[in-house]
Design a protein around this ligand. Structure first.
Ligand code: PMP
Length: 367
């Protein structure tokens, strides 16, 4: 190829090349078994070991305390919008829901189905900031009596991220966080949360596996009236094998965890991710207004960097021409337009530098 390929997809997203090479080499014969992980029984010892090590490595990377359970479920983050309500809102009158962008707006619209609890809009980032800034945690209108507080720490579409990880005061309800588009990208304190969940297909692996990390005491709330397949307690009582898990995505996720460990873990990722984001935002801000990003600097996502020329035709040309330079999938979310560069853990600094080189060249030609 004339240009190396850099994949800026928001998800399913770039994976480390070494992980894909390992998967390729093990495709037909995993570890001398003579067959593929894809064709193994999920109840086989070999797969049980894959699942066990994936969980242990995730625990090590995120420093997950022993009073938290880890599940690899199916259904994506979207299923979690409702599953957290089904499991934890029984007997409560209210759930607090923080809306900060496209995905939490969807979560908010769905959470009220299948519950009698009121889904209270605890903060409205659209009304207050038109999704260009984030409501600070001190301003969330939350109640001690709510079942839990739900929020999304990184809004993948609007390119917003809580730079300081929100934490609730003692005595407040459990904080439930969708970390889909930033999990493992920076150090966080798991014990600040009641539940953390994330679809794998951004910072971890292929789509199909959804990580759910649950503080043990919350499982007492899961009522027997919830069908087992939606009941966290049933999955935990059966060691994550209530039904067939997404075996291949879990296997690839496990390879990604090992890759992360080999790269120096989450702390090292955080350093690189900060540098990548800083470099890219500096290029946008330094373009003399040719490229624009309207997000408040203190709320700009280090994972999903949105920008636009302000001219839809020029943006489309950018998306097309960048593709011919190996810079793939930069087109912004369908309803927002513009460009979006998703620069997850597996995107090297060189990819961001190649994008900036192209941005400069494009501006010379059309600016
Ligand atoms: N939450 C966030 C923050 C997301 O970015 C996405 C997907 N882009 C979702 C939820 C929905 O995830 P899924 O498609 O896995 O249901």
């Amino acid at each position: 190829r004339e240009f190396p390929i850099y994949n800026f997809s928001a998800g399913p997203a770039v994976l480390p090349e070494s992980v894909l090479r390992t998967a390729q080499s093990e495709m037909f014969d995993y570890n001398g078994t003579g067959f593929s992980v894809m064709t193994m029984s999920h109840r086989s010892d070999v797969f049980a070991s894959i699942l066990y090590h994936a969980e242990q490595d995730l625990r090590q990377l995120m420093d997950i305390p022993s009073n938290y359970k880890v599940l690899f479920l199916q259904g994506g983050a979207s299923a979690q919008f409702n599953q957290v309500v089904m499991n934890f809102a029984d007997g409560f009158k209210r759930v607090d829901s923080v809306v900060t962008g496209n995905w939490s707006e969807i979560a908010h619209s769905q959470m009220g189905k299948l519950t009698d609890a009121q889904i209270h809009l605890a903060a409205d980032g659209k009304r207050d900031y038109n999704y260009t800034n984030l409501p600070p945690v001190q301003n969330w209108d939350i109640s001690k009596d709510s079942a839990f507080v739900h929020f999304i720490i990184n809004e993948t579409v609007h390119g917003l991220q809580y730079r300081e990880v929100p934490k609730l005061e003692d005595g407040m309800p459990p904080l439930i966080c969708d970390m889909s588009s930033e999990i493992l990208s920076r150090k966080i304190n798991v014990s600040d949360f009641g539940v953390i969940y994330a679809g794998a297909q951004k910072n971890i692996g292929p789509s199909g596996a959804t990580i759910v990390i649950i503080r043990e005491d919350l499982l007492d709330r899961c009522s027997d009236r919830i069908p087992d397949v939606w009941n966290y307690k049933s999955h935990i009582q059966r060691q994550g094998m209530y039904n067939t898990p997404a075996t291949y995505p879990i296997y690839i996720s496990g390879l990604v965890f090992r890759w992360l460990q080999s790269q120096g873990g989450v702390a090292q990722m955080e350093t690189i991710n900060t540098l990548k984001a800083k470099t890219l935002y500096a290029a946008i801000d330094g373009s003399g207004g040719f490229y624009k990003n309207h997000v408040h600097p203190g709320a700009r996502s280090k994972m999903n960097v949105i920008f636009s020329t302000g001219n839809a035709e020029l943006d489309e040309l950018f998306a097309q021409e960048s593709t011919t330079r190996g810079l793939q999938l930069l087109r912004g979310y369908k309803s927002l337009g513009g460009m979006r560069a998703s620069i997850y853990n597996a995107m090297p600094l060189q990819g961001v530098e190649a994008l900036i080189d192209f941005m400069k060249e494009f501006q010379k030609r059309y600016g």
